[in-house]
Write a protein that binds this ligand. Structure first.
Ligand SMILES: [Zn+2]
Length: 350
């Protein structure tokens, strides 16, 4: 028994690492790198938010249930994208069982010279807010001998972090009117992401995912991404000492070539991309994996398990490397539909 558990753990972690090293895989794993606990899982496992957002044992318990109950082979935590923002001084609404934590106050105005201190990133950042909770959760999951799935720590990306600190409207306005201010802020946000990402890896995460909705062409536009984000994205990926995945929401097709230049091991994309097969072909030319892209806002939450399976099958037939939700899963998503993902994969390979 002990041996077979060790073997399964080795198999799932090796498969994940092989994919992220660009070696491909015999069996595409099913899992998630986007925010994920659902209400049914919280009830089954006895770990609920908001406690599970703030207590490492509960966060670890709920994360593990993504494997033990939902049959995911790659699991992600924490379950929101406000941890770094909170550590850098944003006010947070902790949410409820069905509502994820959200940023409610943005400490940064537009006087960078006076306010730069707030964004000076030092090691002490790792002691702030819920960062110690996430780092402890990495350790608990890594030490759990019965957990057979690789673990992915989710981190808000530099544009999301900047938008949280400045407010989304001012930030997007400044990408046009004050690009030098945006450059300075994003640079500090990348420093924060690097420090936190490397700490997660040091504490046992198999990979980090940098989730950055604000970098989407739907938000800032592709030209602003190239001008203001791309170099900093490269610095981010280069400075992270381990497996590093990018997740950007929306129709990302026209920044995929830029993202492929940046040095990530994999791109997580959502269902609104225009041409999945073309994205996969471009990525595979660079030995970069593609993760996705079952619709979370429609299929997983609203449709039947049979429809989830049919969409999953399309992803697999397109050559997706890891079958996963395209974005964060809504808390009301039926567990049945998460289970349908592993079933679809099993049917596909049999
Ligand atoms: Zn997304």
């Amino acid at each position: 028994m002990g041996n077979s558990i060790t073997q399964e753990k080795d198999v799932l972690r090796k498969r994940f690492n092989d994919i992220l090293k660009g070696k491909g895989t015999d069996i595409p794993p099913v899992g998630t790198v986007t925010t994920s606990p659902v209400l049914e899982l919280m009830d089954i496992i006895g770990a609920e938010r908001p406690e599970a957002d703030r207590v490492p044992e509960k966060m670890a318990q709920l994360t593990s249930s993504l494997h033990s109950v939902s049959k995911f082979e790659i699991i992600r935590f924490p379950f929101d994208v406000t941890v770094l923002a909170e550590a850098l001084g944003c006010g947070i609404d902790p949410g409820t069982k069905a509502r994820t934590p959200a940023v409610v106050s943005h400490p940064f105005k537009d006087r960078f010279k006076e306010q730069a201190d707030m964004l000076d990133v030092h090691e002490e950042l790792l002691d702030k807010g819920r960062i110690p909770v996430v780092l402890r959760t990495c350790e608990i999951l890594r030490e759990n001998k019965e957990l057979n799935a690789p673990i992915v720590a989710g981190i808000e990306g530099p544009a999301d972090l900047a938008a949280s600190i400045c407010g989304i409207k001012p930030f997007l306005k400044w990408t046009i009117k004050k690009p030098e201010l945006v450059t300075a802020i994003v640079n500090r946000c990348v420093d924060a992401c690097i420090l936190y990402a490397n700490a997660c890896l040091d504490h046992g995460a198999d990979a980090v995912v940098i989730a950055d909705a604000t970098s989407s062409p739907d938000m800032m536009g592709p030209d602003a991404f190239r001008k203001l984000m791309k170099n900093e994205y490269s610095r981010l990926a280069d400075s992270i000492q381990g497996n590093c995945i990018s997740h950007i929401c929306g129709r990302t097709d026209n920044i995929i070539p830029d993202l492929l230049d940046c040095g990530f091991n994999a791109l997580s994309i959502e269902e609104n991309v225009g041409d999945l097969r073309h994205i996969i072909a471009q990525a595979h030319e660079e030995n970069i994996a593609v993760i996705g892209n079952i619709s979370t806002s429609d299929t997983l939450i609203n449709k039947s398990a049979a429809e989830v399976k049919s969409e999953a099958r399309k992803c697999l037939e397109s050559g997706i490397d890891i079958l996963a939700p395209g974005c964060g899963i809504a808390p009301e998503t039926p567990l049945r539909n998460l289970l349908a993902m592993a079933e679809a994969r099993d049917e596909y390979i049999s």
